[in-house]
Design a protein around this ligand. Structure first.
Ligand code: ADP
Ligand code: MG
Length: 479
């Protein structure tokens, strides 16, 4: 196959991503990527290590592919290839753990059924030795029991989950409801049940977020494919529905899930739900569905204690094959106590940094790199000031600027406030978007662009902006 040269598209894509992501994220994740070649439908990029590859795939593959599509007009799959380590003499475990060769990439690209669901791309499919079952289309392989650390906080939940994995549908744990705050391991545990059953039997497992279940339902309704939809869900042997709080106010979906539930339950099929709070606290959910959710066993996942947090961090290091000294583990476990996802995020930042600079993680590096996590900026404070002062100047309320109304009397001051926020603070477009009523970072970028355009055609705007900036700065200096 001829080589395809996408270097120019790649370079322009990362140039644009650089301004969208900000320097910090960019320097951690993008500085060590190198364009290596292309095929008709793929771009191949070399990364320094397995860790990098996995993180880049998780974090940025979609954005990179979208950007390349935007620029080149082509749907290209980006493959990340780990740079060979020169010093190694033995074949490294990288060779069978996902380090995909160019040939491999081409094969995967040309395979007829090459687009698996979810964010895991064919690059990872190559990690599977040929004898093993193909991965389940909905489940993340790393969400397994063997990677789930058990502590006081989740002992009961994990044991119940394992019992269900061993005997789906036949224990009294049906339905099984796992609830608790974000990042505490609900999805991991639910998928561990799915993975365990998938490895040990051939029964039909469906894992779906409540959001995707809803979308699937709406699509089936629109396309008049309800029979196919019902066949899919009502013939499952194990149905795992994640984040049922999402179903609040979705009456039609609730009703459909109610009938699905009844059919599966009476056929003794295993059903598992997760929710971010006790079901009794869900307000916009029908009583009959609430009662079904609570029919079987409910378990509450609590935040892990210090020892468990350390054990989780050590386990993650082991899984990623990275070395992090105990004092650093204790520091991170000490400072981040309420959310395992944040714990893991902090560890990833450290490992990425240490790979980037080629030095081991030390206590000093950890303190320096995680200072924003340990001592969060007074984020909303000064952004709130900007919003308030700009709103006042236009005789509006801060809520007008944060709200959804799109009348021109509001849109312009809103864009102006975002522009000023970008100019005079260090906040990222994501953070600014968050404060402006949970908007996307692209909206902030668009707003800044709009103001820049207006500045070119209307130089008088400049003095309005300067005077607002001065008032904001004076006010901030006083407080
Ligand atoms: P939730 O669904 O409750 O928001 P997740 O299941 O997505 O949380 O977990 C967030 C992250 O924390 C995942 O990467 C998961 O692997 C990890 N995690 C949570 N609890 C544990 C645990 N007990 N052992 C290992 N990893 C965990
Ligand atoms: Mg979850």
């Amino acid at each position: 196959m001829a080589e395809w040269d996408y270097r120019a598209f790649w370079e322009e894509s990362i140039r644009q991503l650089r301004s969208e992501l900000g320097e910090q994220d960019f320097s951690i994740w993008f500085n060590k990527l190198e364009y290596s070649g292309g095929t008709e439908k793929s771009v191949i990029i070399v990364v320094p290590s397995n860790f990098y590859r996995d993180e880049i795939i998780k974090r940025y593959q979609n954005s990179i592919e979208n950007k390349i599509k935007e620029l080149s007009g082509r749907e290209l799959t980006v493959f990340f290839e780990v740079a060979p380590k020169k010093a190694e003499t033995e074949p490294s475990e990288e060779e069978n753990s996902g380090n995909i060769s160019k040939e491999g990439a081409k094969k995967a690209v040309n395979a007829p059924d090459r687009k698996p669901a979810g964010n895991v791309k064919p690059a990872l499919d190559n990690t599977i030795p040929p004898v093993k079952k193909p991965r389940h289309p909905h489940l993340r392989e790393d969400y397994s029991f063997s990677k789930y650390v058990i502590g006081e906080n989740n002992l009961f939940a994990a044991n119940a989950a394992l019992a269900i994995g061993k005997n789906p549908g036949v224990t009294s744990y049906n339905p099984f409801l796992i609830y608790g705050g974000v990042g505490l391991g609900k999805t991991h545990l639910m998928q561990a049940i799915g993975n365990y059953i998938y490895e040990n039997s051939d029964i039909r497992i469906i894992y779906m977020s409540a959001e995707n279940f809803t979308n699937d339902f709406i699509e089936a309704l629109h396309e008049q494919k309800m029979t196919a939809f019902r066949n899919k869900y009502r013939h499952a042997d194990v149905l795992l529905i994640d984040d049922i709080h999402f179903l609040e106010k979705k009456d039609g979906t609730q009703e459909e899930l109610f009938y699905t539930f009844d059919e599966l339950y009476h056929a003794k099929k295993q059903i598992v739900f997760t929710c971010d709070r006790p079901v009794s606290e869900l307000r916009n959910l029908t009583e009959r569905l609430k009662s079904r959710f609570e029919w079987g066993l409910k378990v509450d996942l609590q935040p892990p204690d210090f020892e468990t947090r350390c054990a989780i961090l050590k386990k993650k290091c082991e899984d990623k094959k990275v070395k992090v000294p105990d004092d650093v583990i204790s520091l991170v476990a000490n400072k981040i106590s309420t959310n395992v996802r944040d714990l893991e995020g902090a560890l990833n930042t450290l490992v990425a940094y240490s790979e980037l600079v080629g030095k081991p993680v030390t206590l000093e590096i950890a303190q320096q790199q995680l200072k924003d996590v340990f001592f969060p900026k007074q984020l909303s404070m000064s952004l709130e000031t900007i919003i308030r002062i700009v709103a006042e100047d236009f005789h509006l309320s801060p809520n007008d600027l944060k709200g959804k109304k799109r009348t021109s009397t509001i849109v312009f001051p809103r864009q102006l406030a975002m522009y000023i926020a970008r100019e005079i603070t260090e906040y990222s477009t994501t953070e600014i978007g968050q404060t402006f009523g949970g908007r996307d970072h692209t909206t902030v970028m668009y707003s800044c662009q709009k103001i820049e355009e207006q500045l070119r055609s209307n130089p008088a705007l400049d003095s309005t902006i300067e005077s607002l900036k001065r008032i904001i700065k004076e006010y901030s200096a006083k407080t």
